[in-house]
Design a protein around this ligand. Structure first.
Ligand code: MTE
Ligand code: MO
Length: 261
């Protein structure tokens, strides 16, 4: 029974067309690696969630053509070294050898991935419109592995319900030593095919202002969900005991947690 799980997922993916085909390539490549295969096969619940996402929630955000990309993509929130820890710029300039993305919490296998390892994963490219709660929009091209691929590598435990993104930047104006930006999404959004960890914007490495080296794209929600400068992904069963308890930096200040567009 377990062995058939990736197959049924594959046929689902074939059913949703070209986007699915991109992800299908990813699944195929991953399932050839024995460790990843073992994790995929052992996590039945995760696969069910993936199928639920594909079957009932796979409403895709609109994608655009290269010609529609905004000439200037506004940067918002933290966008320069003044919001980042000492040494961050130097780390970027030194080629990110020391940078790691930590994946921990309710996972079978906590991971620390280098940027090279993330780049070696199957990637998805998408040109989408970013809508900020302040009322402006820009169209940009993004590329990176589907978040679901990365989560499958770590393997979610059955209690997993939310994915939390911890960021490197701090808001100086609210400083109390704990004002790191963070965000969270549920597993439906986490396994949506357009939810990716982007290391590229408009064909170039993600610029500092837009969250270098890695930011989230969760295309069916507003801009503040799209955590920039991600350095840790934590899988949790509840958001209640995390920081202000509302699942995100702006949420803790009164904004909605789910902001669909
Ligand atoms: N780490 C971090 N992520 C963040 C923010 C931030 O200040 N810090 N701002 C958010 C907001 S409100 C928006 S609109 C987008 C802006 O992304 P951009 O700078 O690429 O336009 O990032 C979101 N993610
Ligand atoms: Mo925003």
């Amino acid at each position: 029974m377990k062995r058939t799980v990736p197959v049924s997922r594959r046929s689902l993916l074939v059913g949703i067309g070209s986007t699915g085909a991109l992800l299908l390539a990813g699944c195929d490549r991953l399932s050839r690696a024995p460790a990843a295969r073992e994790i995929l096969a052992s996590s039945e619940r995760l696969t069910q969630l993936g199928q639920r996402a594909f079957l009932s929630e796979a409403v895709m955000a609109r994608e655009y053509t290269a010609g529609e990309i905004s000439k200037v993509f506004r940067a918002n929130g933290s966008s320069d070294a003044s919001s980042l820890p000492p040494g961050y710029l130097e780390m970027l300039e030194a080629g990110l050898a020391r940078w790691r993305l930590r994946i921990d919490g309710l996972v079978h296998r906590p991971l620390q991935l280098s940027l090279a390892q993330l780049r070696a994963l199957p990637a998805r490219a998408q040109i989408t419109r970013h809508d900020c709660v302040e009322g402006w929009s820009c169209i940009g091209g993004w590329r990176g592995p589907a978040l679901g691929v990365v989560l499958n590598l770590a393997g979610l435990l059955p209690e997993a319900r939310f994915v939390v993104f911890h960021c490197a930047d701090e808001y100086p104006r609210f400083v109390d030593g704990k004002n790191w930006y963070y965000e969270s999404i549920d597993l439906i959004d986490a396994f949506h095919p357009q939810t990716i960890l982007a290391y590229e914007m408009n064909g170039a490495p993600l610029p500092l202002a837009h969250g270098a080296p890695l930011r989230l794209r969760v295309e069916r929600q507003l801009g503040y969900k799209m955590a920039k400068f991600i350095n840790r992904i934590e899988v949790v069963s509840s958001l209640d005991h995390l920081r202000g308890g509302r699942g995100g930096y702006w949420e803790d200040l009164g904004y909605e947690w789910y902001v669909g567009i």
